[in-house]
Design a protein around this ligand. Structure first.
Ligand code: AR6
Length: 179
């Protein structure tokens, strides 16, 4: 699914965040220490190689909602933005912290004059945020922030399964009042 909104293109695809060839920066659903892990962090660090963890060391720890940037090393992307999502039921208020992840990542990309960015569904794996609750927060935050961006012109959500893709498609259609 692809929509033109406020001068930018918003895309939803099913796929792997570590295999986005045509995107300048991918967002990592990181841990506070910015080390490799499972899920998105595992895929990104595995593909980027050990140089990524080295580059992360002086930037750690980060707080929930925070975002930092490194190079992409062996990834097909110039950069990685590492953001720490809230652990559902622990880091509060979780809706604001989750929105901060998307807002701060977009702001950082825009400051770095980056044109294209890809997000996974932050916090919805190991951190336990229910996908039905997280999707409207993620998509509405991106829609609200999009109008303030000067350099970012393409935002992609990379969803890992077809149910996740369909959920995000339905939520985006509702937000855009298409259904
Ligand atoms: N590409 C896109 N999405 C993916 C991929 C992938 N390769 N792999 C998993 N997902 P998670 P979190 C989906 O756990 O909840 C890590 O171990 C997955 O299905 O990666 O923010 C870190 O080290 C889910 O919907 O991130 C942290 O400790 C979503 O991406 C912790 O987990 C996020 O799942 C972060 O937990």
């Amino acid at each position: 699914m692809e929509r033109r909104i406020a001068g930018l293109t918003l895309e939803l695809i099913e796929g792997d965040i570590a295999a986005q060839q045509d995107i300048q920066v991918v967002v990592n659903a990181a841990n506070a220490q910015l080390k490799t892990g499972g899920g998105v962090a595992g895929a990104i660090h595995r593909t980027a190689g050990p140089e990524l963890e080295k580059a992360c060391r002086p930037l750690a720890p980060i707080k929930p909602g925070g975002a930092v940037i490194t190079k992409g090393f062996k990834l097909p992307n110039d950069y990685v933005i590492h953001t720490l999502g809230p652990v559902y039921g622990r880091d509060k208020p979780e809706d604001k912290l989750l929105a901060d992840c998307y807002r701060n990542s977009l702001k950082l990309a825009d400051e770095e004059k980056i044109e294209s960015i890809a997000f996974p569904a932050i916090s919805t794996g190991a951190f336990g945020y229910p996908k039905e609750e997280a999707a409207p927060i993620a998509l509405s935050t991106v829609l609200d922030t999009a109008i303030k961006l000067e350099n970012v012109t393409r935002i992609r959500f990379v969803l890992y399964s077809s149910p996740d893709y369909e959920l995000h498609e339905n939520v985006l259609k509702k937000l855009l009042q298409e259904d």
